[in-house]
Design a protein. Structure first.
Length: 265
């Protein structure tokens, strides 16, 4: 049950003279980095097939993303071809999985941006923040703070002092189990928020946004572990939502933005 891409990496580490950085590059582009036989240690070069005659041909490999023939796959080492085959067959690890995960992440960032813009909420995207040289770049930075409804039971995980400082307004009696909570940014995560990932990777990144911009929201598109296990983070300044965008936002004017429109109160 060893992942194919990790097994291929182990083979490359052991039969080539590459250092760690070159191994990483070889796994990303084996047809270039492992093209020639001389990258393989002498004692392992016998595993490479003999040179083919002019009448012998080898079938080109098929790119799993485009479905097109990989023309450069016929004039490379056996090692390069087998590394590509291993990474292409691995749904959980390796360059192919990283690329797919990146595409999914971009797709959900676009969904988030379009939904917020349809509500008329002024914002900047990560790309726009980078263009103007901002050191910290959440996926969405609101041009002015907005508020979302947060269950009181979630706020109870923070100290009462922090709740009083950060609450924008108490919701109406029909929503008495909620309070309005101010946020300045949203970070989109196209994954399930498990405790380890949240606490060791996502939360430290989010806390840098808190220091720079103020309170914010982490949105896990595929759900998350119970809040009581995740914690609110940074004294209640980092909030977590799962599966979908909050359905209602309060603007600084007191207007509500909901499902693609503004409701004037």
């Amino acid at each position: 049950n060893f992942p194919p891409s990790l097994l291929a990496r182990s083979v490359v580490e052991n039969i080539t003279s590459f250092q760690k950085k070159r191994i990483k590059d070889a796994m990303k582009d084996p047809f270039v980095k492992l093209k020639f036989k001389d990258v393989i240690l002498d004692q392992y070069q016998s595993s490479e097939p003999r040179s083919k005659s002019s009448t012998e041909t080898e079938c080109a490999m098929i790119d799993p993303f485009s479905g097109l023939s990989m023309d450069n796959s016929t004039q490379v080492t056996r090692l390069a071809r087998e590394v590509v085959e291993a990474t292409n067959s691995d749904p959980l690890y390796g360059p192919r999985f990283d690329k797919e995960r990146n595409y999914v992440g971009i797709e959900y960032e676009m969904i988030l941006e379009r939904a917020l813009r349809s509500m008329g909420i002024p914002l900047e995207t990560e790309e726009e923040l980078r263009a103007r040289g901002t050191s910290r770049t959440p996926d969405i930075l609101f041009s002015c703070p907005v508020a979302i409804k947060v269950p009181k039971r979630v706020l109870s995980l923070s100290s009462p002092k922090r709740i009083a400082e950060n609450s924008v307004a108490i919701a109406s009696t029909e929503d008495e189990d909620y309070v309005w909570k101010m946020i300045c940014w949203i970070d989109s995560k196209a994954l399930f928020g498990d405790v380890k990932t949240h606490q060791t990777s996502v939360l430290p990144q989010a806390e840098t946004y808190v220091h720079r911009f103020g309170p914010g929201l982490i949105l896990y598109w595929f759900g998350h572990a119970p809040i009581v296990l995740l914690g609110t983070g940074h004294g209640g300044d980092v909030f977590v939502a799962g599966w979908d965008i909050p359905k209602e936002f309060m603007l600084p004017t007191g207007h509500l933005a909901r499902d693609g429109c503004r409701i004037f109160h």
